[in-house]
Design a protein around this ligand. Sequence first.
Ligand code: 3SL
Length: 232
Amino acid sequence: MASIDVCYSPELLHLYDLKGKAVVAVDILRATSTMVTAFAHGARDIFPVMELEECRAFSGGGCLTAAERNGIKAEGFDLGNSPFSYMNGAVDGRSIAITTTNGTRAIRLSEAAEEVIVGAFLNLKTVARHLSELQLDVVVVCAGWKGQFNLEDTLFAGALVDCLQQDFTSENDATLASLHLYQAAKTDVFNFLRQSSHVRRLENLGIHEDVQFCLQHNLYEVLPVWRQDRLI
Ligand code: 3SL
């Protein structure tokens, strides 16, 4: 039986062997939720990059650029990191280069895996179905916050384990803890996260609707997958 492990932070990735495995990279608030939304609204491909300057270098070639640092849209870029800015035709048919504080880093640091998928509550079932078909060992890579554990990515990991527990095994306590947390939270994930650090950080910035939006389960059926140098 294939296994599913959870890595709570990109800083812990050196403890995991990703070779031959599938990674689900997750940053619920908000990078991977935003990427899933962008694809659901017609984005052609997404180049996740780690640095602002790398992202800026994409401008001018017909590519939209998006950047966020500490929850705020970085100056001089076309888009920030709110899923709402990727709707209503804003990204339809477009390529997007994006850099965010933690999410794009989690994706790029997972490149050694056989397959890298972008997950969110928004496409939870689609991710789970794909992993069941793939039957590779899985590592869920939580973006966390600047190297630290966060609750929302852990809840997503638990939700995914909840979907896959019949077909996957694990010897990883992080997997078990994620599942227990999700089971405690699932009747009202928004309320469970009310006191969490990033929800409070976003609220202090006046960002409220994004949190509710990103916690919706199975709104979209898209499956962003890393191929060579981009998500398609
Ligand atoms: O850390 C990240 O990558 C971002 O998703 C953070 S924020 O939600 O845009 O503040």
